[in-house]
Design a binder for this molecule. Structure first.
Ligand code: 1CP
Length: 354
């Protein structure tokens, strides 16, 4: 990837970055996980024109277009690159497809022997395509909108690579890790290295901030959490911080619950994104580490709308907004979300006065 981003002109203020640098702002910045997606009619139209889901991810012009759609509608403080965490196994040569209405399918890697099928040295070609989307976005986004690059955390990506599809208990990956920790560790090592390459490429192409999605962090006991969540994330963050010292990293260890504080301390992330089940008082206590918290509005309350939506927005802001905070959901927007409820949410956050 040779395209590199123009430096941010000194007069441009991307307010999204303030909390990530330890500064509270009011009202806090807002973006939403899965802000591009099937709840938007314009997304569905572009998606239909692109062909398959991966065709869309690998079409820089259309991927940039769907990234921009929610920014045009709602003026979020940050855009997130349109792609998917499973671009990484696809880039490594494990065939990935998305079945309509059923989710992803991969040719599963159930033991260390199957790791031979992966080709980390070939991944750069695929990453370059995604980085082209990032470079386009840096040109096309309003100057004050931050651009978030992302990848899945090694553990979460491994659960799909080993299971071959999404699951609620990640049983195949957990069993592989118990049966053969050394072999499973080799898979994690491959994912650490390739994630660093991928995220670093996104920064060079113009990403201002990075987020690491560990959507299935919740299923591990604490020793395994340390081996497969904390340690690999810490390695990725440490290397990125050396290569790109000014670029903040947000971690999203979904369901980490009682291990969230340890996650924040050990991994070196600049902010932690919290899921819907996290009590606000725990998010408050996490802010005392001088780092930002992000989250945790319930995506289903965004479907419901009405006075309950306003009440919860106010409660979150009352509890968290005087310290570094980014308004977001506790997980991604669901397809049945009425777009006007998203407008209501953004308006409520923007009108906030402490
Ligand atoms: O047909 C479609 O349009 C497919 C729906 C879809 C979309 C819109 C998928 C399939 N991925 C995406 C985009 C996506 N995925 C983004 C884009 C940017 C944005 O947020 O606007 C991002 C950041 C992701 C990340 C992602 N993909 C995660 C981590 C966050 C999370 O939601 O937990 C995970 C676990 C995936 C895997 C994935 N991709 C798609 C689906 C349906 C799934 C989940 C599969 C499962 O049920 O386990």
């Amino acid at each position: 990837m040779t395209v590199s981003a123009p430096a941010t002109p000194p007069h441009v203020h991307r307010r999204f970055l303030d909390p990530l640098l330890g500064k509270a702002i009011s009202p806090p910045p807002i973006w939403l996980m899965r802000q591009a997606g099937r709840y938007l009619p314009e997304y569905k139209a572009t998606r239909a024109a692109a062909g398959s889901f991966l065709d869309l991810c690998y079409n820089p012009k259309l991927a940039a277009e769907v990234t921009l759609q929610p920014i045009r509608r709602y003026g979020f403080d940050a855009a997130i690159l349109f792609s998917d965490i499973l671009v990484v196994p696809d880039a490594l040569g494990q065939s990935v497809s998305f079945l309509e209405g059923e989710g992803p399918r991969l040719d599963p890697i159930r033991d260390a022997g199957a790791l031979k099928r992966l080709k980390p040295e070939a991944a750069a070609k695929t990453y370059a395509i995604v980085c082209e989307t990032v470079a386009r976005l840096r040109q096309d986004l309003p100057k004050e909108t931050a651009l978030i690059g992302f990848c899945g955390a090694p553990w979460t990506v491994a659960t799909y690579m080993v299971g071959g599809e999404g699951s609620s208990d990640q049983a195949h990956a957990r069993s592989f890790a118990y049966r053969d920790p050394k072999g499973f560790g080799q898979l994690i090592d491959i994912l650490v290295e390739t994630s660093i390459e991928y995220l670093s490429g996104q920064v060079v192409a113009g990403a201002d901030v990075l987020q690491i999605f560990d959507s299935w962090a919740s299923t591990l006991p604490e020793d395994e959490f340390e081996s497969w969540v904390l340690e690999p994330t810490q390695r990725i963050v440490a290397t990125l911080k050396k290569k790109h010292p000014g670029v903040p990293v947000i971690g999203f260890p979904r369901g980490a619950c009682g291990l969230s504080e340890t996650f924040l301390k050990v991994t070196g992330v600049d902010a932690i994104s919290c899921d819907t089940a996290m009590p606000l008082r725990v998010m408050r206590s996490l802010q005392h580490h001088g780092k930002a918290v992000q989250g945790n509005f319930d995506p289903l309350l965004l479907v419901a709308g009405g006075a309950a939506l306003d009440r919860r927005v106010d409660e979150i802001l009352r509890t968290l907004s005087d310290k570094p905070f980014i308004f977001n959901l506790g997980h991604g927007i669901v397809p049945q979300t009425p777009p006007e409820h998203v407008a209501q949410l953004v308006e409520r956050v923007r009108a906030w006065k402490p």
